[in-house]
Ligand binder design. Sequence first.
Ligand code: HXC
Length: 516
Amino acid sequence: MKEKERIKHLEDLKKKAFLGGGKERVEKQHQQKKLTARERIDLLLDKRSFREMDMFVTHRCTDFDIDKKKILGDGVVTGYGKIDSRPMYIFSEDFTVFGGSLSKAYAEKICKIQDMAVKNGCPIIGIKDSGGARIQEGVDSLAGYTDVFLRNVLSSGIIPQISIIMGPCAGGAVYSPAMTDFTFMVKEISYMYLTGPDVVKSATHEEVSHNELGGAMVHNTKSGVAHFAANSEIECIQQVKKLFSYIPQNNLDDPPFKKSDDDPDRKDPALDSIIPESPIKPYDMSEIIRKVVDGSEFLEVHKHFAQNLIVGFARLGGRSVGIVANQPAVLAGVLDINSSTKGARFVRFCDCFNIPIITFVDVPGFLPGTVQEWGGVIKNGAKLLYAFCETTVPRITVITRKAYGGAYCVMSSKHTRADINFAWPTGEIAVMGPAGAVKILYRKQLKEAKDPEVLEKRLITEYTEKFANPYITASKGYIDEVIVPSDTRPRLIEALELIENKKDTNPPRKHGNIPL
Ligand code: HXC
């Protein structure tokens, strides 16, 4: 009997903890089209795989009479479970308890699983839905946040860290997601900002809504703070699972291999005519990517941000690869500040986690002008260059059309230690485009010519004939092979197999100094 009572007591305590902030608050959460912290975990993890830790932890604050209100778990659900049978650590903030605000005890719960995740080489997922620092706890809350931030930094590059924003994420709290590898947001319910609309109004007189200031699409299109946008929590969770199918458990692990029904020798004749006759006519690079990868499946990262560069995950012959590609259909595929930082961050993620990188190049150069120069296109473009140079993962590059100037160097050129560099016969590799080059090289002749227009046209044709092909570059060994476009898939898979055991290192040092 005594045992039964003891077990009942435990069950009652658990039931109490499961109630979080109580029925009313749970209903309010549902009315706002939001799930609760535990419902989110259940959707994300394999059935019955979640084991909750620290369910009975409560806060230790005594100010503002808050000691009279203690809720089991204290506003964050933490523990471990599995996605696709792979172990993961997870914390999920519970808005029904003190608005999901962070106390010292709450932070300690997160830190505990952060430490376990890194020690055991498992990814960690944080689901954010919180009013930020628990105001009653004062500096203890700030200390708690910083303890979490420190662990974000120390485990960066060791285990994948994923943030899912499913409610407010305000103040300094935003820095934890910002330091994780990927941030997911859900339209209408997610907000991230340093200061909310009220503070913005009093500081700058600017009137702005939560959504306009820090909603999902703002951070997916304008700031680039978020990498994925979903229409609902369920869609968001599906996106997270998909991402995990491409990435390894930790920096010493290989990404998951998935056998594909797609024939590795499949050629696609459509690729032979995909590049338009006119060098200034755009085409959609994502079409090339989909025609080449396993089953046309491509998980685009940062899909809505800096669309002149495409980055994302796919598979070739079952192996997970990171794809970086200029997009000639947007701004002619030019590199600028945003596309450079987007590319650099993605390249560095792939390098941390042993994911080979395939780069498709069609780039007319870096975007000129004061907006870019004053915004620091030099240091930002250098980030992408730095990131490629620093990688030690297998790398294959395919130049489909233009590779001009500094952008040629940056886009995983042979000189950045890429392993295999292909070009299509439509490749054009030069210091700059024909029109610009002729203006500089023949400035004097054009000034003195009787008919400068005719001369300019002739000179442009001559320059184009000389450089609008990949053979000069191939004759110097900077391109390993000019390949038939329809062969791209089999050639990439074969090359990937060849270099999959590549071992390369960087010189020993504390760390490099990437141009931030
Ligand atoms: C304590 C908080 C809280 C907080 C919300 N609550 N935020 N309690 N500390 N930070 C409580 C509310 O008092 C309320 O309790 C319950 O949670 C629900 O909040 P509501 O305001 O009723 O909900 P809603 O209308 O949906 O508004 C949500 C919100 C708003 C937009 C998030 O609560 C809000 O603006 N909160 C403050 C956000 C903020 O500025 N945080 C501090 C940022 S500074 P009752 O019992 O009344 O229902 C920061 C510094 C971190 O975080 C620095 C780290 C280095």
